[in-house]
Design a protein around this ligand. Structure first.
Ligand SMILES: [Zn+2]
Length: 354
């Protein structure tokens, strides 16, 4: 442990021992101040203040052997004061080293340290499908319009042929805000709003969120629809079919076939559902299409004359069709997602897939 700065106590006068202890202490303060981390500081503390053979401790032990009482007392006071000051210096240094961690790094920022890799963001599958749908219908001259998500009962139900007491209201799993307002259960109320504002002819799509009290692999309490309406003189079911065919082939590929199945909606007459031939099996039947070879992607129909009238449009002159497309459904089919809840659970492992 000896570094040559401390010899044995000189046998002579106390003055010699006193100057020796000051030299040892001076070295100790210097080492404490320059200790680069806590490990080094602990070693310095042990070297000078260690219980058994610490360099200052040794002085203290030998004080008793000094014959002159006055010199003994003077050296005792000197050594005690130095031990106290050094202990304080060690504690202070320890506190400042603890602030910057044990690796001895200074508080300065190391600009050469490599940053974590940047992760490039991308669009959510639902956003991509929305963008595609807007583009596809944009090519056909449709404009996109929006409407309120908190909607009056009469727009959500009454004016689209679901008056109070109508049994179909029960199937809508509605979130009620109060007696007069709901979270819209479909984008159809915007049909009425658009008719009242724009009259005829018009071609609009209504992309937006809708709400139902429902949650499983294919149903969500909030989901996205695109409603579309086309109103003009002489619009027929064949126009609807052509439009949906263009849409389906744009989204799913030119080789896909479509079919319209009769269905029932309150606000269209006749009503149909749109099926697209299954991408997985090419129509032969598989798990995705439940063996049918077809996948259902939209509901549609000719706008009911009552609904045209509710929108202020002369149903004896104009006719029109409407369709509603489930965006999640398209995203699930396009990206092979089996459980649509993944779309909204924000699991980074899922949403970060390019
Ligand atoms: Zn299939």
């Amino acid at each position: 442990m000896s570094d040559g700065r401390t010899g044995p106590l000189p046998g002579g006068g106390a003055g010699g021992a006193g100057s020796d202890v000051h030299a040892v202490a001076a070295a100790a303060f210097e080492e404490v101040a320059s200790a680069a981390d806590l490990r080094v500081l602990d070693a310095v503390r042990a070297r000078y203040l260690g219980r058994g053979d610490g360099l200052l401790t040794v002085f203290r032990k030998r004080i008793g052997s000094i014959p002159d009482a006055e010199a003994r007392r003077a050296l005792g006071q000197t050594v005690n004061a130095l031990v106290e000051r050094l202990t304080g210096a060690v504690d202070e240094r320890r506190a400042s080293l603890s602030d910057v961690g044990t690796d001895g790094a200074s508080e300065a920022i190391d600009l050469s340290w490599p940053p974590p890799p940047l992760r490039r963001g991308h669009l959510h599958p639902v956003s991509r499908v929305f963008r595609d749908v807007r583009r596809i219908f944009g090519q056909l001259g449709y404009i996109a319009v929006e409407g309120p998500e908190v909607e009056y009962d009469r727009y959500n139900f009454t004016l689209v042929n679901m008056p109070p007491g109508h049994p179909s209201r029960d199937t809508q799993d509605t979130f009620f805000i109060d007696d007069d307002r709901v979270l819209r259960t479909h984008t159809s109320p915007v049909q009425i709003r658009s008719m009242l504002v724009r009259g005829a002819p018009q071609r609009v799509i209504v992309p937006g969120k809708v709400y139902r009290r429902d949650y499983d692999a294919t149903h969500f309490p909030m989901f996205f629809q695109v409603e579309g309406i086309c109103i003009d003189e002489g619009i027929a079911l064949s126009d609807l079919k052509g439009t949906l065919e263009f849409f389906a082939r744009s989204v799913y590929g030119a080789d896909r076939s479509i079919r319209l199945r009769p269905h029932h909606f309150e606000f269209t007459e006749p009503s149909v559902e749109l099926d697209v031939s299954c991408a997985m099996c090419g129509g032969k039947g598989c798990r995705l299409c439940k063996g049918s070879g077809w996948l259902e992607v939209a509901g549609a129909g000719m706008i009911h004359p009552h609904v045209l009238g509710n929108g202020g449009i002369d149903a004896s002159r104009y006719s029109g069709f409407a369709f509603g497309i489930g965006i999640e459904r398209i995203a699930m089919l396009a990206y092979g997602i089996e459980d649509g809840r993944l779309l909204y659970e924000n699991d980074v492992r899922f949403v970060s897939q390019g």
